[in-house]
Write a protein that binds this ligand. Structure first.
Ligand SMILES: O=C[C@H](O)[C@H](O)[C@H](O)COP(=O)(O)O
Length: 240
């Protein structure tokens, strides 16, 4: 019996995603340990002659991509992308995701929305029946952060979601600051029975910059499993 580690499954998913990349593509590069496997493998292919243009979703991914000699761009220079490849903290069978555990959800969502397709790469441990075991990250403006925090609590309570909510910190009293200069609130709601309703409520709160529910963005999920990969959705379609 072969025992494959989570890292092995992430690598397998990243390798399968790389197999869909073709010459000349405009790619969105995700953030996190799984996306880092993809960037690493992409770097090797580029050294062998593959030509792609990449828009990173975080300063961390930008640094990795730069170190591997990838051709980088911005969404201002390249506002439409062919494919975004990114990880996820959780996914369900309907291609809905929780993202933002690594603090990059805003740029990840902007890049995914600018991409014709988004392939999520993840190890099998990220699959859930109902989203919410992973605390939902919500990115908020620093101005009025306490008021926004309370507003999120109230909006969620209206859906029967209680929390606790925690302002993400890098050290006690030191809030974590995203690449965009915002704070993150991690919402440990437990099972989110109606992610669409929660997404709508969160988006309506002034001060919420964006939230980690990615709904209707992923085209496919490439799941690394013990004996290879399993695909949810479609990775075969032609690009228009
Ligand atoms: O903000 C970070 C991202 O949404 C990541 O893609 C997510 O946290 C998954 O990261 P990892 O691949 O390290 O589990």
């Amino acid at each position: 019996m072969s025992v494959v580690s989570a890292e092995g499954m992430k690598r397998a998913a990243a390798r399968a995603a790389l197999a869909t990349v073709t010459h000349g593509m405009r790619l969105g590069l995700g953030t996190g340990s799984t996306a880092a496997h993809f960037v690493d493998l992409l770097g090797a292919r580029v050294k062998e002659g593959l030509s792609v243009v990449c828009v990173p979703t975080s300063e961390r991914t930008r640094a990795q991509a730069e170190s591997l000699g990838l051709t980088l761009s911005t969404l201002d220079e390249t506002p439409q992308l062919d494919l975004a490849i990114d990880g996820a903290d959780e996914f369900d069978a309907s291609l809905r995701l929780i993202k933002g555990g690594g603090g990059a959800l805003l740029r990840e969502k902007i890049v995914a929305a600018a991409s014709e397709r988004m392939f999520v790469i993840a190890d099998a441990t990220k699959e859930v029946k109902t989203l919410g075991a992973f605390p939902l990250p919500v990115e908020i403006d620093r101005f009025g952060a306490r008021a926004t925090f309370l507003h999120i609590e109230r909006a969620a309570r209206g859906l029967g979601l209680i929390g606790p909510l925690t302002l993400r910190e890098t050290a006690p009293g030191e809030p974590f600051v995203t690449d965009g200069g915002h704070y993150t609130v991690d919402c440990a709601f437990g099972a989110i029975d109606d992610p669409d309703a929660l997404a709508t409520r969160l988006s309506a709160i002034p001060g919420v910059v964006d939230h980690g529910l990615f709904i209707g963005l992923a085209t496919a999920i490439i799941v690394g499993v013990s004996d290879g990969v399993r695909i949810i959705g479609d990775i075969s379609g032609e690009l228009s």
